[in-house]
Design a protein. Structure first.
Length: 238
């Protein structure tokens, strides 16, 4: 499960890169680490209005839900959604996939692998830490708040240079597919084909402090591993 993201881009960079404007620009604040285990907001572009950058609570909720976010997440964690669940009978996922897709704007996510018998976290990002998007789905609650979930897919053999323990990774498109993902005119079959045949951006990974995933640590910035050079050079995702 991916429950930590990074978004350190400045507002102007995001607006220029995605040719969109923040609905509430004064609310935007760059964050080195966004922790999904506590109620957090993400910046998103929606299929309904792809020229407006909105905010959504991370962890999708049913549209008619009227209770606490953390109570729902304790029962069924919805920070991540497996793409294989999108055509299920669960309306929260299937309707959102058909009608309410989004792009979650970040400039990094985190993975891990075993190194010298210990869990070693890695920061995954683009060159120059440019912003990119993770595909997602969203719902609108009765009070108007948006809630979202990022989509995850299987690692393929071509992506083995990115360190990982689990079989899943966030679904990330190249910029040329952003409009296709948000298009209201796409059928479910076309969207599935897009997911199956998508190209991921060229990512870079580097190791960070082992304590990153310890629950009793709170981090406000990303710290490189002390032995970064000895662990290895940057790896790339094509």
């Amino acid at each position: 499960m991916f429950y930590k993201l990074s978004d350190t881009s400045n507002l102007n960079t995001i607006e220029n890169d995605f040719d969109a404007k923040f609905r509430f620009p004064n609310l935007y604040e760059p964050r080195a680490i966004i922790d999904g285990t506590v109620e957090s907001n993400l910046t998103i572009l929606t299929a309904d209005n792809p020229k407006i950058i909105d905010y959504a609570i991370w962890g999708i909720l049913p549209e008619d839900y009227d209770d606490d976010w953390d109570r729902f997440q304790n029962i069924t964690n919805t920070l991540n959604t497996n793409v294989n669940e999108l055509d299920s009978d669960e309306i929260m996922y299937s309707e959102a996939f058909s009608r309410r897709r989004c792009l979650i704007i970040v400039n990094g996510f985190f993975t891990a692998r075993i190194y010298n018998g210990k869990l070693l976290p890695f920061h995954i990002h683009l060159r120059d830490h440019k912003p990119f998007c993770i595909a997602g789905i969203y719902n609108t609650l009765n009070d108007g708040f948006l809630t979202c979930s990022l989509l995850v897919v299987n690692f393929s053999s071509s992506l083995n240079e990115i360190p990982h323990l689990g079989k899943k990774r966030p679904l990330t498109f190249k910029k040329s597919d952003y409009n296709n993902w948000l298009s209201q005119g796409k059928s479910n079959a076309e969207l599935v084909k897009l997911i199956q045949n998508h190209d991921a951006p060229d990512f870079i990974s580097h190791p960070i402090k082992e304590e990153f995933y310890e629950r009793n640590h709170v981090f406000e910035k990303i710290l490189d591993h002390d032995n970064y050079q000895s662990i290895g050079e940057h790896s790339h995702l094509q």
